[in-house]
Design a protein around this ligand. Sequence first.
Ligand code: MGD
Ligand code: MGD
Ligand code: SF4
Ligand code: MO
Length: 685
Amino acid sequence: MPSFERAVCPHDCPSACALEVERIDARTIGRVRGAKMPYTDGVVCAKVARYAERVHHPERLSQPLLRCGPKGSGQFEPISWDAALDLLAGRIREAEAKHGPETIWPYHYAGTEGLVQCAGLRRLGNLAGWSRQRETFCIALSNAGWKAGTGVRYGVDAREVVESDLIVIWGGNPVHTQVHFMTWVAKARRARGAKVVVVDPYRTATAEKADLHLALKPGTDAALACAVMHVLLAEGLADRAYLAKYTDFSPEVEAHFATRTPQWAAEITGLPAEQIIEFARLYGRTPNSFLRFGYGFTRQRNGAAAMHAASCLPAVTGAWQHRGGGALYGHGAIFKLNTDFLNGLDACTPHTRILDMARIGAVLTGNKRDLGDGAPVTVMIVQNTNPAVVAPESARVREGLLREDLFLCVHEQFMTDTAKYADLVLPATTFLEHDDVYTASGHTFLQTSRAIIEPHADCRENHVFISQLATRLGVEHPAFKASAWELVDRVLRDSGHPGADEVQAMDWLDCAASFEDAHYLNGFGHTDRRFHFTPDWSAIGPDAASMPRFPDQMNVINDTDSAHPFRLVAAPARHFLNTSFTETPSSQRFEGRPTVIVHPATAGRLGIREGDIVRLGNTRGTLRIHARLADGMRENTVVVESQWPNSAFLDGLGINTLVSAEPGFPNAGAAYHDTAVWLQPCTEG
Ligand SMILES: Nc1nc2c(c(=O)[nH]1)N[C@H]1C(S)=C(S)[C@@H](COP(=O)(O)OP(=O)(O)OC[C@H]3O[C@@H](n4cnc5c(=O)[nH]c(N)nc54)[C@H](O)[C@@H]3O)O[C@H]1N2
Ligand SMILES: Nc1nc2c(c(=O)[nH]1)N[C@H]1C(S)=C(S)[C@@H](COP(=O)(O)OP(=O)(O)OC[C@H]3O[C@@H](n4cnc5c(=O)[nH]c(N)nc54)[C@H](O)[C@@H]3O)O[C@H]1N2
Ligand code: SF4
Ligand SMILES: [Mo]
């Protein structure tokens, strides 16, 4: 008898949806619909509504595979799990004996956001003394910038936008990347006619819905924010009492903003000065303005400075004091989770080297800047991520992954581009086949999720695979002896929450901060409890000396020049989730093929028509791609919505071929949308 079972979407998305999954039998699911959790409220994105396509996909990995052809040939033969684990443990021991334990690089990201299924590999690495990773794919720059001002990562509950009169969506595309926020925006519009402003270099699906779209040049958000504050201060729209009580605002800061005029920002951003003033007045005259920050605008070398500058806005107007006012970037800190046990930190204090995961290409090709005199990486275990596609500098990543002296083990649900380069490919369960616990960056609910069907074929969950490997390596920790559900229980109890069964019975646990805390009315996260216009960047990252003293535009982006006259934005596609769902037929159908969006004026000038193949390039490489014409952006902006597999591109290398691995400031972070390129019509077809 089919029934609907509760689950939580595990994908790397701010919504962490509560789901109801139709269980047809012990091995089969049917429909997936949203559960009535207060934030996601029964809504689910199209790609997960069709999850049956993914979990029952004919190309799901179903057994361990050993490479039998040349590296990257895609030729594999089946082996048993026991043989695979013995082989992997043997290669690890050999490599450790030759180079020391830091030669092993466990490499993982948020393919599943489940705390337990994510933690195993990190725990094993910590206990075994392997190299660690600096997690620079996603939030390094945005976190740095947010914490510089506020001191702690949380913000106003997104549901409060129904009490806002102005919603500013800054540098994110929630229609693609977190559809639920848009359902709350729609409620605010219906309820009180709230105005919507979108700050984004191109007319995204979100910008299409806006009352005002500020289509600035990528990497110039700090200039816009500073000019807005110039107007607020100059026109009496600042809340001086709030500034004095809650911030470190000073005459020097004010004098600094006095020089950051709309005309100055117009030069940098490409926005008309009048539009900047119009936005500043709208913002300044609306007490209950809600700023929803995306990650997108921080994926620039100056992204942390941009986030810091933009996060100053509600401190100038005092919007934080009002219901429906303030800002949200992410909620991380409200869940107050103690993950020491999960990460093995109860039993060890790791001191090993930390390698920047976004610089995987440089690391694997032996760049001294990354490795110093340390050992080369000769064994990698990759889990929950697909670096052959998602990391910057794809050509170098490929060169590194193809190294004959690298043993690469990839634990995956699908034969991804990374898995194709592996020596050993191991099949993984999906969230429907294992237990876990999830927080969210976009809402305040903590949720547990239990297996609904049996593991597909010979798939093993992350936790089981890593525990079995630990046993073979003789690495001991009680977590390796526990079940995933017992670990869920442990992390919840260690954090002062009810246990796993209780949370499961409650469906979800609201960890929302009080109004006063969420609005920082009890003070900000710094020791002086104030918002910082003048941050202590040295507390945030090693490159503090490069950071501006006051909120400001930092001229460190990969700007256009005569050889590279276009700025490329490599934004997320709607029907994929990073690289996940690139394998499902309906997502492929909706997305069509990789395209570059080109302004019609530029296309006209270069003789490019809709659907033509064009070539994009810079010093890192070139690729061919079909052109799509659209306005709503500056003439020298080009946009590729991805992340398509490399093989979907005409030359077999994806958009990150063009993206540099030069980190952002002051604490690293990948700058995915910070790329200067040239664009040419393609004559070779
Ligand atoms: N050009 C460009 N590049 C980008 C970005 C961009 O905007 N533009 N965004 C960047 C960002 S923000 C991020 S976070 C990264 C994300 O990049 P990735 O971390 O690679 O992202 P995903 O595709 O979400 O997940 C990777 C893999 O995890 C696997 N997986 C899912 N669940 C499990 C599991 O339970 N066990 C195992 N073993 N595997 C599992 C999936 O099958 C998938 O292949 O990409 C970055 N790269
Ligand atoms: N459908 C779908 N959903 C996803 C993902 C996906 O790939 N697809 N990825 C997931 C992940 S891992 C993450 S981190 C989140 C990311 O979610 P978002 O917060 O939306 O962040 P991004 O998607 O990186 O940013 C997208 C927008 O940033 C804009 N942008 C780029 N550069 C600039 C700039 O300099 N200034 C301004 N103002 N805007 C700029 C781009 O044009 C784009 O519209 O989404 C998650 N959800
Ligand atoms: S991908 Fe995001 S929006 Fe879609 S179901 Fe998962 S959490 Fe919800
Ligand atoms: Mo991300």
